[in-house]
Design a binder for this molecule. Structure first.
Ligand code: COA
Length: 368
Protein backbone atom coordinates (compact mmCIF):
# COMPACT_ATOMS: atom_id res chain seq x y z
CA UNK A 1 0.00 0.00 0.00
CA UNK A 2 1.34 3.45 -0.91
CA UNK A 3 1.72 5.95 1.93
CA UNK A 4 1.21 9.66 1.27
CA UNK A 5 2.41 12.59 3.39
CA UNK A 6 -0.43 15.06 3.94
CA UNK A 7 -0.12 18.56 5.38
CA UNK A 8 -2.80 18.37 8.06
CA UNK A 9 -2.06 21.36 10.33
CA UNK A 10 -0.70 24.86 9.98
CA UNK A 11 0.05 27.86 12.14
CA UNK A 12 2.15 30.99 12.21
CA UNK A 13 3.42 33.53 14.67
CA UNK A 14 5.01 36.96 14.30
CA UNK A 15 6.33 39.27 17.01
CA UNK A 16 3.91 42.07 17.93
CA UNK A 17 6.51 44.78 17.52
CA UNK A 18 6.43 46.36 14.05
CA UNK A 19 9.14 48.41 12.37
CA UNK A 20 7.90 50.49 9.44
CA UNK A 21 9.99 51.90 6.59
CA UNK A 22 9.59 55.33 8.19
CA UNK A 23 10.99 53.94 11.47
CA UNK A 24 14.01 52.67 9.51
CA UNK A 25 14.52 56.03 7.82
CA UNK A 26 15.22 57.44 11.30
CA UNK A 27 18.21 55.12 11.81
CA UNK A 28 19.73 54.76 8.30
CA UNK A 29 19.72 56.92 5.19
CA UNK A 30 16.74 55.48 3.38
CA UNK A 31 13.07 56.28 2.78
CA UNK A 32 9.70 54.57 2.49
CA UNK A 33 9.42 55.20 -1.25
CA UNK A 34 12.81 53.62 -2.06
CA UNK A 35 12.12 50.52 0.02
CA UNK A 36 8.59 50.04 -1.38
CA UNK A 37 9.69 50.51 -4.99
CA UNK A 38 12.85 48.37 -4.80
CA UNK A 39 11.56 45.59 -2.53
CA UNK A 40 7.76 45.84 -2.03
CA UNK A 41 8.27 45.78 1.75
CA UNK A 42 6.22 48.24 3.89
CA UNK A 43 7.07 46.95 7.37
CA UNK A 44 8.58 44.00 9.25
CA UNK A 45 7.96 42.41 12.67
CA UNK A 46 10.93 42.45 15.05
CA UNK A 47 11.44 40.15 18.05
CA UNK A 48 11.62 41.83 21.45
CA UNK A 49 13.74 40.72 24.40
CA UNK A 50 12.51 37.30 25.49
CA UNK A 51 11.31 36.34 22.00
CA UNK A 52 13.40 33.66 20.31
CA UNK A 53 13.06 31.23 17.39
CA UNK A 54 11.88 28.56 19.85
CA UNK A 55 9.18 30.73 21.45
CA UNK A 56 7.84 31.89 18.07
CA UNK A 57 8.04 28.30 16.80
CA UNK A 58 6.09 26.93 19.79
CA UNK A 59 3.29 29.48 19.25
CA UNK A 60 3.07 28.49 15.56
CA UNK A 61 3.35 24.78 16.37
CA UNK A 62 0.50 24.82 18.92
CA UNK A 63 -1.79 26.38 16.31
CA UNK A 64 -0.71 23.78 13.72
CA UNK A 65 -1.30 20.91 16.17
CA UNK A 66 -4.75 22.28 17.00
CA UNK A 67 -5.72 22.37 13.31
CA UNK A 68 -4.42 18.81 12.88
CA UNK A 69 -6.18 17.77 16.13
CA UNK A 70 -2.96 16.14 17.30
CA UNK A 71 -1.23 16.06 20.70
CA UNK A 72 2.44 17.02 20.99
CA UNK A 73 2.95 13.50 22.39
CA UNK A 74 1.70 12.04 19.07
CA UNK A 75 4.63 13.55 17.13
CA UNK A 76 7.41 11.28 15.88
CA UNK A 77 9.73 13.98 14.54
CA UNK A 78 10.37 17.72 14.82
CA UNK A 79 12.48 19.49 12.19
CA UNK A 80 13.26 23.14 12.80
CA UNK A 81 14.59 24.96 9.78
CA UNK A 82 16.41 28.09 10.90
CA UNK A 83 19.36 30.31 10.01
CA UNK A 84 19.21 32.08 13.37
CA UNK A 85 19.45 29.17 15.83
CA UNK A 86 19.45 30.05 19.49
CA UNK A 87 22.77 28.25 19.98
CA UNK A 88 25.29 26.56 17.69
CA UNK A 89 24.19 23.57 19.72
CA UNK A 90 21.86 22.28 21.11
CA UNK A 91 19.46 22.35 18.20
CA UNK A 92 16.59 24.83 18.47
CA UNK A 93 14.33 21.84 17.60
CA UNK A 94 15.22 20.28 20.98
CA UNK A 95 14.16 23.47 22.81
CA UNK A 96 10.87 23.31 20.90
CA UNK A 97 10.47 19.60 21.74
CA UNK A 98 10.91 20.40 25.44
CA UNK A 99 8.52 23.40 25.44
CA UNK A 100 5.84 21.38 23.62
CA UNK A 101 6.34 18.22 25.68
CA UNK A 102 6.69 16.15 22.51
CA UNK A 103 8.06 13.21 24.50
CA UNK A 104 8.18 10.70 21.61
CA UNK A 105 9.75 12.95 18.96
CA UNK A 106 13.26 13.02 17.55
CA UNK A 107 14.33 16.61 16.94
CA UNK A 108 16.94 18.29 14.79
CA UNK A 109 17.70 21.58 13.03
CA UNK A 110 18.15 21.94 9.30
CA UNK A 111 20.13 24.79 7.79
CA UNK A 112 19.53 25.54 4.13
CA UNK A 113 18.91 29.27 4.71
CA UNK A 114 15.79 30.66 3.02
CA UNK A 115 15.26 27.39 1.08
CA UNK A 116 15.27 25.48 4.38
CA UNK A 117 11.53 25.05 4.79
CA UNK A 118 11.27 23.30 1.42
CA UNK A 119 14.20 21.02 2.29
CA UNK A 120 12.70 20.26 5.73
CA UNK A 121 9.22 19.57 4.36
CA UNK A 122 10.72 17.21 1.79
CA UNK A 123 12.77 15.37 4.46
CA UNK A 124 9.72 14.93 6.70
CA UNK A 125 7.54 13.82 3.78
CA UNK A 126 10.18 11.26 2.70
CA UNK A 127 10.35 9.85 6.24
CA UNK A 128 6.55 9.48 6.31
CA UNK A 129 6.38 7.93 2.85
CA UNK A 130 9.09 5.41 3.73
CA UNK A 131 6.96 4.24 6.67
CA UNK A 132 9.61 5.07 9.30
CA UNK A 133 7.39 7.71 10.99
CA UNK A 134 3.69 8.58 11.00
CA UNK A 135 3.71 12.26 11.93
CA UNK A 136 6.11 15.21 11.85
CA UNK A 137 6.18 18.85 12.82
CA UNK A 138 8.11 21.03 10.38
CA UNK A 139 8.86 24.58 11.47
CA UNK A 140 10.58 27.53 9.86
CA UNK A 141 11.52 30.03 12.54
CA UNK A 142 13.77 33.09 12.48
CA UNK A 143 14.92 36.05 14.50
CA UNK A 144 17.39 37.23 11.88
CA UNK A 145 16.96 40.77 13.21
CA UNK A 146 19.56 39.75 15.84
CA UNK A 147 22.15 39.41 13.05
CA UNK A 148 21.23 42.54 11.10
CA UNK A 149 23.66 45.44 10.97
CA UNK A 150 21.30 48.34 11.63
CA UNK A 151 23.85 50.67 10.00
CA UNK A 152 23.81 48.79 6.67
CA UNK A 153 20.90 50.13 4.64
CA UNK A 154 21.31 47.52 1.91
CA UNK A 155 20.43 44.65 4.28
CA UNK A 156 18.61 46.04 7.34
CA UNK A 157 15.58 47.03 5.26
CA UNK A 158 14.98 43.48 4.09
CA UNK A 159 14.68 41.11 7.02
CA UNK A 160 11.95 40.45 9.60
CA UNK A 161 11.18 37.85 12.27
CA UNK A 162 8.52 35.16 12.47
CA UNK A 163 7.67 31.47 12.40
CA UNK A 164 5.46 29.11 10.41
CA UNK A 165 4.69 25.48 11.21
CA UNK A 166 3.14 22.53 9.37
CA UNK A 167 2.05 19.16 10.73
CA UNK A 168 2.54 16.28 8.29
CA UNK A 169 0.76 12.95 8.70
CA UNK A 170 0.72 9.62 6.92
CA UNK A 171 -2.39 8.65 4.96
CA UNK A 172 -3.32 6.00 2.40
CA UNK A 173 -5.37 8.60 0.50
CA UNK A 174 -3.57 10.26 -2.44
CA UNK A 175 -2.58 13.93 -1.97
CA UNK A 176 -0.24 15.96 0.19
CA UNK A 177 3.38 16.36 -0.90
CA UNK A 178 3.60 15.33 -4.57
CA UNK A 179 7.22 16.03 -5.50
CA UNK A 180 10.23 18.11 -4.49
CA UNK A 181 13.55 19.26 -5.94
CA UNK A 182 16.55 20.55 -3.99
CA UNK A 183 19.63 22.26 -5.44
CA UNK A 184 22.80 23.93 -4.22
CA UNK A 185 25.82 25.81 -5.55
CA UNK A 186 28.44 26.45 -2.86
CA UNK A 187 30.57 28.45 -5.31
CA UNK A 188 28.24 31.31 -4.32
CA UNK A 189 28.68 30.76 -0.58
CA UNK A 190 30.32 34.18 -0.17
CA UNK A 191 27.33 36.09 -1.57
CA UNK A 192 25.16 35.90 1.55
CA UNK A 193 26.79 35.01 4.83
CA UNK A 194 27.27 35.49 8.58
CA UNK A 195 30.99 34.74 8.86
CA UNK A 196 31.73 35.32 12.52
CA UNK A 197 31.00 32.98 15.42
CA UNK A 198 31.49 29.72 13.51
CA UNK A 199 34.55 27.47 13.75
CA UNK A 200 36.38 29.20 10.88
CA UNK A 201 36.09 32.62 12.52
CA UNK A 202 35.28 31.98 16.20
CA UNK A 203 33.99 35.04 18.04
CA UNK A 204 36.85 37.31 19.08
CA UNK A 205 37.23 41.01 19.71
CA UNK A 206 38.50 41.29 16.12
CA UNK A 207 35.46 39.54 14.58
CA UNK A 208 33.18 41.81 16.60
CA UNK A 209 35.18 44.89 15.63
CA UNK A 210 35.00 43.91 11.93
CA UNK A 211 31.24 43.28 12.16
CA UNK A 212 31.61 39.67 11.02
CA UNK A 213 28.71 38.63 13.25
CA UNK A 214 26.33 40.58 10.95
CA UNK A 215 24.61 39.50 7.73
CA UNK A 216 26.73 40.40 4.71
CA UNK A 217 25.23 40.26 1.24
CA UNK A 218 26.00 41.01 -2.38
CA UNK A 219 22.43 42.10 -3.14
CA UNK A 220 22.79 42.43 -6.91
CA UNK A 221 24.33 38.95 -7.34
CA UNK A 222 21.72 37.35 -5.09
CA UNK A 223 19.01 39.15 -7.06
CA UNK A 224 20.33 37.82 -10.39
CA UNK A 225 20.65 34.27 -9.02
CA UNK A 226 17.12 34.36 -7.58
CA UNK A 227 15.49 35.52 -10.80
CA UNK A 228 17.28 32.69 -12.67
CA UNK A 229 16.20 29.81 -10.40
CA UNK A 230 12.60 30.57 -9.33
CA UNK A 231 10.96 29.74 -12.67
CA UNK A 232 13.27 26.81 -13.52
CA UNK A 233 12.77 25.09 -10.12
CA UNK A 234 8.99 25.51 -10.45
CA UNK A 235 8.92 23.87 -13.88
CA UNK A 236 11.26 21.10 -12.71
CA UNK A 237 9.15 20.16 -9.68
CA UNK A 238 6.00 20.13 -11.81
CA UNK A 239 7.63 17.76 -14.27
CA UNK A 240 8.60 15.45 -11.38
CA UNK A 241 4.96 15.41 -10.23
CA UNK A 242 3.66 14.84 -13.78
CA UNK A 243 1.79 18.16 -13.63
CA UNK A 244 1.56 21.17 -15.93
CA UNK A 245 1.55 24.82 -14.97
CA UNK A 246 -2.18 24.95 -15.88
CA UNK A 247 -2.89 22.33 -13.14
CA UNK A 248 -1.52 24.63 -10.46
CA UNK A 249 -3.74 27.05 -8.53
CA UNK A 250 -1.04 28.83 -6.55
CA UNK A 251 2.67 29.54 -6.50
CA UNK A 252 3.95 30.31 -2.99
CA UNK A 253 7.37 31.93 -3.47
CA UNK A 254 9.99 32.84 -0.89
CA UNK A 255 9.05 36.38 0.19
CA UNK A 256 12.33 38.23 -0.48
CA UNK A 257 11.55 40.96 -2.98
CA UNK A 258 8.45 41.73 -5.07
CA UNK A 259 10.67 42.33 -8.11
CA UNK A 260 12.09 38.79 -7.82
CA UNK A 261 8.53 37.39 -7.63
CA UNK A 262 7.60 39.58 -10.63
CA UNK A 263 10.53 38.15 -12.61
CA UNK A 264 9.39 34.60 -11.74
CA UNK A 265 5.86 35.46 -12.91
CA UNK A 266 7.20 36.78 -16.20
CA UNK A 267 9.46 33.72 -16.59
CA UNK A 268 6.49 31.40 -16.07
CA UNK A 269 4.11 33.65 -18.06
CA UNK A 270 1.69 33.68 -15.12
CA UNK A 271 -0.22 36.68 -13.74
CA UNK A 272 0.89 37.99 -10.33
CA UNK A 273 -2.58 37.07 -8.96
CA UNK A 274 -1.49 33.41 -8.97
CA UNK A 275 1.35 34.21 -6.54
CA UNK A 276 0.80 34.37 -2.78
CA UNK A 277 2.50 37.53 -1.51
CA UNK A 278 2.66 38.93 2.03
CA UNK A 279 6.18 40.40 2.10
CA UNK A 280 4.73 43.91 2.36
CA UNK A 281 3.81 43.16 5.98
CA UNK A 282 6.60 40.84 7.15
CA UNK A 283 9.65 41.54 4.96
CA UNK A 284 11.95 38.60 4.29
CA UNK A 285 11.55 36.18 7.21
CA UNK A 286 13.98 33.74 5.55
CA UNK A 287 12.94 30.12 6.07
CA UNK A 288 9.70 31.18 7.79
CA UNK A 289 8.46 33.17 4.80
CA UNK A 290 6.86 30.36 2.78
CA UNK A 291 4.87 28.77 5.65
CA UNK A 292 3.82 32.23 6.92
CA UNK A 293 2.55 33.17 3.45
CA UNK A 294 0.77 29.82 3.17
CA UNK A 295 -0.94 30.11 6.55
CA UNK A 296 -2.22 33.61 5.82
CA UNK A 297 -3.51 32.50 2.42
CA UNK A 298 -5.33 29.50 3.94
CA UNK A 299 -6.84 31.66 6.69
CA UNK A 300 -8.00 34.24 4.13
CA UNK A 301 -9.67 31.44 2.14
CA UNK A 302 -7.35 31.85 -0.86
CA UNK A 303 -5.89 28.33 -0.68
CA UNK A 304 -8.72 25.79 -0.52
CA UNK A 305 -9.01 22.03 -0.12
CA UNK A 306 -8.17 20.34 -3.41
CA UNK A 307 -5.93 23.17 -4.65
CA UNK A 308 -2.58 22.25 -6.12
CA UNK A 309 0.36 24.52 -5.43
CA UNK A 310 4.10 24.94 -5.73
CA UNK A 311 6.30 26.37 -2.96
CA UNK A 312 9.57 27.71 -4.35
CA UNK A 313 12.52 29.31 -2.58
CA UNK A 314 16.15 30.32 -2.78
CA UNK A 315 18.76 31.50 -0.33
CA UNK A 316 22.26 31.52 1.06
CA UNK A 317 24.46 28.56 0.27
CA UNK A 318 23.53 29.09 -2.46
CA UNK A 319 20.48 26.84 -2.19
CA UNK A 320 17.17 26.64 -4.00
CA UNK A 321 14.30 24.23 -4.30
CA UNK A 322 10.62 23.69 -4.93
CA UNK A 323 7.88 21.43 -3.63
CA UNK A 324 4.54 20.60 -5.25
CA UNK A 325 1.60 19.70 -3.03
CA UNK A 326 -2.11 19.02 -3.15
CA UNK A 327 -3.86 20.78 -0.30
CA UNK A 328 -6.05 18.27 1.52
CA UNK A 329 -6.48 19.65 5.05
CA UNK A 330 -6.77 17.81 8.37
CA UNK A 331 -7.29 14.02 8.44
CA UNK A 332 -10.61 12.83 9.90
CA UNK A 333 -10.19 12.35 13.68
CA UNK A 334 -12.32 11.82 16.76
CA UNK A 335 -12.82 14.28 19.63
CA UNK A 336 -10.92 17.53 20.17
CA UNK A 337 -7.44 17.75 21.59
CA UNK A 338 -6.15 20.93 23.19
CA UNK A 339 -2.41 21.02 22.47
CA UNK A 340 -1.94 24.23 24.51
CA UNK A 341 -2.93 22.34 27.70
CA UNK A 342 0.04 20.03 27.15
CA UNK A 343 2.31 23.06 27.42
CA UNK A 344 1.70 23.40 31.15
CA UNK A 345 2.53 19.70 31.63
CA UNK A 346 5.58 20.21 29.42
CA UNK A 347 6.93 22.91 31.75
CA UNK A 348 6.35 20.71 34.78
CA UNK A 349 7.86 17.69 33.05
CA UNK A 350 10.93 19.69 32.06
CA UNK A 351 11.44 20.86 35.66
CA UNK A 352 10.97 17.35 37.04
CA UNK A 353 13.47 15.90 34.55
CA UNK A 354 16.03 18.56 35.49
CA UNK A 355 15.49 17.79 39.19
CA UNK A 356 15.87 14.03 38.60
CA UNK A 357 19.07 14.68 36.62
CA UNK A 358 20.39 16.79 39.52
CA UNK A 359 19.63 14.08 42.12
CA UNK A 360 21.07 11.36 39.85
CA UNK A 361 24.23 13.47 39.53
CA UNK A 362 24.60 13.66 43.32
CA UNK A 363 24.05 9.90 43.76
CA UNK A 364 26.44 9.05 40.91
CA UNK A 365 29.16 11.27 42.41
CA UNK A 366 28.77 9.52 45.79
CA UNK A 367 29.17 6.13 44.07
CA UNK A 368 32.50 7.15 42.44
N1 COA B 1 17.76 53.24 0.68
C1 COA B 1 18.11 54.12 -0.24
N2 COA B 1 19.08 53.87 -1.15
C2 COA B 1 19.68 52.67 -1.10
C3 COA B 1 19.34 51.69 -0.15
C4 COA B 1 18.33 52.01 0.77
N3 COA B 1 17.93 51.15 1.71
N4 COA B 1 20.10 50.59 -0.36
C5 COA B 1 20.89 50.87 -1.40
N5 COA B 1 20.65 52.12 -1.86
C6 COA B 1 21.27 52.82 -2.95
C7 COA B 1 22.64 52.26 -3.32
O1 COA B 1 23.64 52.84 -2.50
C8 COA B 1 22.75 52.67 -4.75
O2 COA B 1 23.12 54.01 -4.80
P1 COA B 1 24.12 54.55 -5.96
O3 COA B 1 23.39 54.29 -7.24
O4 COA B 1 24.25 55.98 -5.63
O5 COA B 1 25.37 53.75 -5.82
C9 COA B 1 21.32 52.57 -5.28
O6 COA B 1 20.48 52.63 -4.13
C10 COA B 1 21.03 51.30 -6.04
O7 COA B 1 21.56 50.20 -5.29
P2 COA B 1 21.34 48.72 -5.74
O8 COA B 1 22.04 47.81 -4.78
O9 COA B 1 21.68 48.57 -7.21
O10 COA B 1 19.76 48.59 -5.56
P3 COA B 1 18.82 47.44 -6.03
O11 COA B 1 17.72 47.99 -6.82
O12 COA B 1 19.58 46.28 -6.60
O13 COA B 1 18.19 46.94 -4.65
C11 COA B 1 18.37 45.19 -3.05
C12 COA B 1 19.03 46.42 -3.62
C13 COA B 1 19.23 44.68 -1.89
C14 COA B 1 17.00 45.54 -2.55
C15 COA B 1 18.26 44.11 -4.16
O14 COA B 1 19.53 43.94 -4.78
C16 COA B 1 17.80 42.77 -3.66
O15 COA B 1 16.67 42.63 -3.23
N6 COA B 1 18.64 41.74 -3.78
C17 COA B 1 18.29 40.42 -3.34
C18 COA B 1 18.46 40.35 -1.86
C19 COA B 1 17.76 39.17 -1.24
O16 COA B 1 16.71 38.78 -1.66
N7 COA B 1 18.41 38.62 -0.22
C20 COA B 1 17.88 37.56 0.53
C21 COA B 1 18.02 36.29 -0.19
S1 COA B 1 17.23 35.00 0.66
Amino acid sequence: MTTYAHITGWGMSAPESIMTNDDLSKIVETNDQWIRERTGIHQRHIAKDGEFPSTLAVQAALKALKVANLRPTDLDLIICSTSSPEYIFPATACLIQDQLGATKAGAFDLLAACSGFIYALNMAAQAIRSGSIKSALVIGSETLSRFVNWKDRSTCILFGDGAGAFVLQASDQPGGVLSAVMHSDGSGSNLLTIEGGGSRHPATEATLHDGRHFIQMDGNEVFRFATRVMASATLEVLECAGLKLEDINWIVPHQANIRIIGAAARGLKLPMERFIVNLQEYGNTSTASIPMAMVEAIEKGQIKTGDKLVMVGFGAGLTWGALAAEWTGPLPSKGHVHPEQYRRFARLRSLVRRAIRFVEGLLYRREL
